[in-house]
Design a protein around this ligand. Structure first.
Ligand SMILES: NC(=O)c1ccc[n+]([C@@H]2O[C@H](COP(=O)([O-])OP(=O)(O)OC[C@H]3O[C@@H](n4cnc5c(N)ncnc54)[C@H](O)[C@@H]3O)[C@@H](O)[C@H]2O)c1
Length: 252
């Protein structure tokens, strides 16, 4: 199926991470033009350097999405270079498993800035460009934890992800009429940087809860595939939705 993403300008936050890498590759496979934003300059630049060697149209902008001025700078640079923007994937995020009673106000705020406020601010930037052309797709990465609340995942992480689901619906309500589609995906646990140090008993229990297999987690590429579809015009009727990408874990 041709997803017709060729030449689309795609911005991916957290492009240097596990899901970010998979997203960058998946969009490049569709011949899109990809801009990866991440605060990890070394990893982000190295990855882009490798991809460029095989002729891919990809660039990296060092960005700290917890800082509004850094977001402004990145989106200004994108506007200057490409003068448009077709797809934004709000993927960057940090995990926390701090127990409820140990969360300090400062760490709560930090998680909210990185995981939630950034999604709002980047989306604000993106819709201003997208409204002008009457076209755009925004896909946010929330989480299973944002639907269920967390026991291992901290209250701050889960709440930030629940907030992303709400921001998704709010942007969908406000900007659908401008030709902009806004959706989010809720991944379950994945083989990734984020989960690599989780205790084995937590990982084993999660694996056992997945209904499609019992001995492994999902893969970042399996999330990226869904997002690429949501970014395409084939998914035009999907709007304000949250798509579970979790192997049926905790199905109700
Ligand atoms: N891995 C999982 O099991 C899982 C499950 C559900 C949801 N998610 C969500 O998927 C997304 C991607 O997760 P991942 O597994 O690839 O994690 P990851 O840690 O591999 O990647 C996250 C990326 O975000 C970047 N980042 C963090 N803070 C940043 C900041 N302030 N500014 C810019 N970049 C920043 C990191 O440098 C990293 O490259 C996250 O939003 C995460 O919450 C992941």
């Amino acid at each position: 199926m041709d997803l017709m993403l060729k030449d689309k300008i795609v911005v991916i936050t957290g492009g240097a991470g596990s899901v970010g890498n998979a997203l960058v590759s998946a969009f490049l496979e569709e011949d899109a033009i990809v801009i990866s934003l991440d605060k990890n300059k070394e990893r982000g630049e190295e990855r882009v350097k490798q991809l460029k060697k095989s002729g891919k149209r990809v660039s990296f902008i060092e960005t700290d999405i917890s800082e509004p001025s850094s977001i402004d700078k990145a989106f200004n640079a994108i506007s200057e270079k490409f003068s448009t923007l077709d797809v934004l994937v709000n993927n960057a995020g940090v995990f926390s498993s701090t127990p409820v009673l140990d969360i300090k106000p400062s760490s709560w705020d930090e998680i909210m800035k990185i995981n939630l406020r950034s999604v709002f601010l980047c989306s604000q930037k993106a819709v201003q460009v997208m409204m002008k052309k009457g076209y755009g797709k925004i896909i946010n990465i929330a989480s299973l934890g944002g639907q269920t609340g967390g026991i291992f995942a901290s209250a701050a992480y889960s709440a930030s992800k629940a907030g992303i689901i709400c921001v998704t619906k709010t942007f969908a309500k406000n900007f659908g009429k401008f030709g902009i589609r806004v959706n989010c995906v809720n991944p379950g646990p994945l083989e990734s940087e984020m989960t690599k140090d989780w205790p084995p008993e937590v990982l084993n229990s999660l694996k056992k809860s997945m209904l499609i297999w019992q001995d492994k987690l999902g893969m970042p590429a399996e999330v990226a595939g869904v997002i690429v579809f949501l970014a395409s015009d084939k998914a035009n009727l999907i709007h304000g939705a949250q798509i579970d990408v979790n192997g049926g874990i905790y199905i109700s």
